[in-house]
Design a protein around this ligand. Structure first.
Ligand SMILES: Cc1cc2nc3c(=O)[nH]c(=O)nc-3n(C[C@H](O)[C@H](O)[C@H](O)COP(=O)(O)O)c2cc1C
Length: 482
């Protein structure tokens, strides 16, 4: 993962944990009631992909154990990982693009209700993504993937030659020479792996996204409701399709790119389609970027404009993240796909303990506050969920006190200790296992391995517990012995 050059080391701090009276008065533990969103307090576990689904996209026992374990700690809300809205092969990631996925998701609902005694609300993040292929072996790329054109013949000065002769000639060139022969996207396919963009409107299925996506999101949301999930979160953040429409880098010429009004158009159509499918009494939220954190990308001004549009459209909450883009990601090794959390914007999304003078804790609070203030000034009360490096009670309370948000997201901290919420609530804050922000979890995610935390995945391995496929790590945190 990319790290800021300053490499200042930060340690998590336990701060001061609240006693029973302080818990009673804490903003963090006040209920929230806004439109369809009713939470028992202001704690939230944002979406985290654990790589536990079947290759066919169905829920596994491991998924059920994973969400059940979070629910045992009783956060007010728990968001199921980014779940694909299409019924297409996408590896061991959850899918909701067909009715056959509903029974498995219902089992997650049942376990979460059971473990939390009905305390935790369960939402699901709905995602669409475009094709990303692995970086190919150069020989394979020239032999099998590259479509030979007359432009190649012209650049190579090889008129009247067969495709095979052109392929052979290309294989002898250095990367510098290839840069003069291949188009930008051909070169990218060779050096980083093929990746579709929302601006590839020469591809019919990309041109058609505005036609297709509202209905795909709407039917996925209907399935979530049938499964008994309490609400849906539209994934409008990070490196994926909807965030790419919102991005300042989107220059589609069909009315869905260019100006902020055009870039937000599809998101509004998706919101309208989902709302008309699930009705006004079902929780509908979205996760969006407060800042894209890439050169030429969307800024907090864009996010302010978008969130106001979304608030006017009646979303029940807005969850703010930052960065996590392909644009500045590291070149992957041959055989691997580019991963959107390996560059500076990836760092902003999941900052780790080696940081710059701003540090890894609360990097999204400043833009979140600007967005929050703007919405309130315009008369919108839409709750804002903030996250990013928050691990102790004081930080969480400050995030609410300072007006950066209304609900606090704890992703990696909840992974390090799913009982954070119950421990703080019951005056056992000093027993919390604090996240050290080493990004061990994120490293596993990058390698598509079952995600765990190195603060607990080797503990009590001799006792009966579910283990990773290699048998070397436990899959869920050990139980809290009170
Ligand atoms: C292993 C892992 C998987 C993640 N998967 C998702 C995801 O599916 N959707 C999403 O919006 N964010 C995802 N995130 C980002 C988190 O939700 C969160 O925004 C980020 O980790 C910063 O919050 P934190 O500092 O509390 O961890 C993931 C993070 C991790 C560590």
């Amino acid at each position: 993962m990319w790290k800021p050059s300053q490499r200042i080391k930060y340690k998590p701090s336990s701060g001061s944990w609240p006693n029973a009276a302080e818990v009673r008065d804490a903003k963090l533990f006040q209920p929230l009631d806004y439109q369809a969103l009713e939470l028992n307090d202001r704690t939230w576990v944002p979406a985290m992909v654990p790589w536990r689904a079947l290759e066919t996209g169905e829920v596994t026992e491991d998924n059920i154990d994973w969400y059940g374990r979070f629910a045992r700690g009783k956060p007010a809300a728990l968001v199921i990982e980014a779940t694909g809205i299409r019924d297409v092969p996408s590896g061991p990631l959850l899918r909701i693009g067909h009715d056959r996925f509903v029974p498995g998701l219902s089992r997650v609902v049942d376990r979460v209700k059971e473990e939390s005694g009905g305390y935790t609300k369960l939402f699901i993040q709905l995602i669409d993504f475009l094709a990303v292929r692995r970086r190919p072996e150069p020989a394979k790329y020239f032999d099998r993937f590259l479509r030979i054109t007359d432009n190649h013949r012209y650049a190579l000065k090889l008129q009247n030659t067969t495709d095979d002769e052109v392929r052979s000639a290309l294989k002898t060139l250095t990367n510098r020479e290839l840069a003069d022969v291949l188009t930008g996207s051909e070169l990218e396919s060779l050096t980083h792996g093929y990746r579709e963009r929302v601006t590839d409107t020469h591809l019919p299925h990309v041109a058609d996204l505005p036609e297709q996506l509202p209905a795909l999101f709407a039917s996925a949301a209907a399935r979530a409701r049938t499964a008994g999930i309490d609400g849906v979160e539209l994934h409008f953040a990070h490196a994926y399709t909807m965030a790419s429409f919102l991005s300042r880098t989107n220059n589609r010429g069909d009315g869905y790119g260019g100006s902020p009004e055009a870039r937000v158009k599809l998101a509004l159509q998706v919101i309208d389609a989902v709302r008309s499918e699930v009705g006004p009494d079902y929780v509908l939220g979205a996760r969006i970027l407060a800042e894209e954190c890439i050169e030429g990308g969307s800024t907090v001004e864009d996010a302010t404009f978008y969130t106001e549009q979304f608030a006017r459209r009646g979303l029940d909450y807005l969850s703010l993240s930052r960065g996590g883009k392909f644009d500045d990601a590291k070149q992957p090794k041959t055989g691997w796909a580019v991963y959107p959390y390996t560059g500076p914007s990836g760092y902003e999304c999941m900052p780790q303990y080696l940081s710059d003078e701003f540090g890894p804790f609360g990097r999204n609070l400043r833009p979140a506050k600007a967005i929050h203030q703007h919405l309130r000034k315009r008369g919108y009360e839409t709750p804002i969920v903030v996250a990013g490096g928050i691990h102790n009670f004081e930080q969480a309370e400050n995030a609410l006190d300072s007006g950066a948000g209304d609900v606090v997201g704890f992703a990696r901290q909840a992974l390090a200790d799913p009982d954070w919420f119950e421990k703080v609530r019951t005056g056992h804050g000093d027993e919390i296992r604090l996240c050290v922000y080493s990004n061990y979890c994120e490293g596993l995610d990058q390698k598509h391995k079952q995600v765990t935390c190195n603060l607990w995945d080797r503990l009590d391995l001799d006792r009966p517990c579910q283990k990773t496929t290699d048998g070397r790590r436990r899959l869920v945190a050990p139980n809290w012995q009170r």
